[in-house]
Design a binder for this molecule. Structure first.
Ligand code: ADP
Ligand code: TRP
Length: 326
């Protein structure tokens, strides 16, 4: 069976962009690919400095993964820092990765522009991501469009290693980026992102969810008048209801006498319906955290066995003779 792998940083609460851009695809492939889905906690250290938040966000993501229907009997759910071989592989890959490649990273440049402290981790972030992917001989990586360049870098790094050591060691992974959900817009129309304060969170309390939906920015066309149907409400609505229903909504906008508030209420209802079952499941899981910890530990052990073997082989290829695992 081919392998699908992806990770999400525990740098905040998950939102509709995370779900439609990435997580929904984890579920869609659950029966046709061997799935590896992890919490990229090492990555989140590049921007998060509050340990308590990191702990909370980490468990929240495991709950989210399980609540939406990731099945630990089918997919391996694990914590990146439980598999320290990811960092060991990162070091091996760092030595064949040109600094220039990393300095051209969109995400790196964006973060610098936003005033993030330029720590080394921020620069070498894509090398750790390449290690995450390459260790597991991954075939497919479901992600949103913002990760496209990181996937290209992963392929570059894999090719460089194979070439330099004249081996066919790393498999070149393919990204899976769906057109319809490549960039889910946030409440302000920019890409929805944990770091922009423009999210709609799938499992927020009903009150917060309502506030978030009501805060979607619209223009001030009066109620009676026709409205531009290509607005953010309609874009997000389509993710839940499909294109036919979106067209019906657009017609209502064009007809007039249909306010943005009405549309927001319809969207809110769609969100609550869509995640209703998952929300209940999440509440139940929260009362049984021991089970959740077990799932994460078991998944991590399983992932680690694969990682240890791959890193050992990589060490032999580059000429490091340490072999305590043999
Ligand atoms: P954020 O930008 O909120 O910090 P992450 O970087 O943790 O999100 O992204 C986790 C996954 O969700 C990645 O695969 C990313 O591409 C996807 N993703 C995040 N935001 C969006 C969005 N607005 N539209 C589509 N996919 C997204
Ligand atoms: N960089 C990804 C993000 O911010 C998270 C991530 C880390 C990832 N390692 C990965 C995604 C490996 C896919 C595969 O969204």
């Amino acid at each position: 069976m081919k392998r699908s792998l992806s990770g999400i940083q525990p740098s905040g609460i998950l939102h509709l962009g995370n779900y439609f851009g990435a997580m929904k695809q984890f579920l869609d492939f659950q029966n046709s690919y061997e799935g590896f889905y992890f919490i990229a906690d090492y990555h989140s250290l590049t921007s998060l400095t509050k340990p308590k938040d990191l702990v909370q966000n980490t468990y929240d993501i495991v709950l989210d993964y399980l609540a939406i229907g990731l099945d630990p009997n089918k997919s391996t759910i694990f914590l990146q820092s439980n598999v320290p071989e990811h960092t060991e592989m990162t070091w091996l890959l760092s030595n064949i990765t040109p600094v220039g490649l990393l300095e051209r990273g969109h995400s790196y440049k964006d973060k610098l522009a936003k005033g993030f402290f330029p720590n080394t981790g921020l620069l070498t972030y894509p090398v750790l991501m390449a290690a995450d992917i390459l260790i597991y001989d991954t075939d497919l990586v479901p992600v949103g469009k913002d990760q496209k360049q990181h996937l290209e870098m992963t392929r570059d790094i894999a090719m460089k290693f194979n070439q330099q050591y004249n081996v066919e060691f790393f498999k070149l992974p393919e990204p899976l980026i769906l057109d319809d959900s490549a960039i889910v817009p946030g409440t302000d129309g920019q890409k929805m992102s944990k770091s922009y304060g423009n999210t709609i969170n799938m499992f927020a309390s009903k009150k917060t969810l309502k506030q978030q939906v009501m805060s979607i920015v619209t223009d001030s066309t009066p109620l009676e008048e026709p409205k531009n149907p290509d607005n953010n409400i309609a874009k997000i609505y389509a993710l839940f209801n499909g294109i036919d229903k979106q067209n019906e909504l657009k017609e209502k906008f064009l007809a007039g006498n249909f306010g943005y508030g009405h549309a927001k209420n319809e969207l809110l209802e769609s969100i609550l319906n869509y995640f209703g079952e998952a929300r209940e499941k999440r509440e139940k899981l929260k009362e049984n955290m021991d089970l959740v910890y077990d799932i994460l530990n078991e998944g991590s052990k399983k992932a680690r066995l694969i990682a240890i073997e791959k890193v050992q082989k990589a060490k032999e290829i580059v000429g490091l003779v340490g072999n305590i695992y043999k």
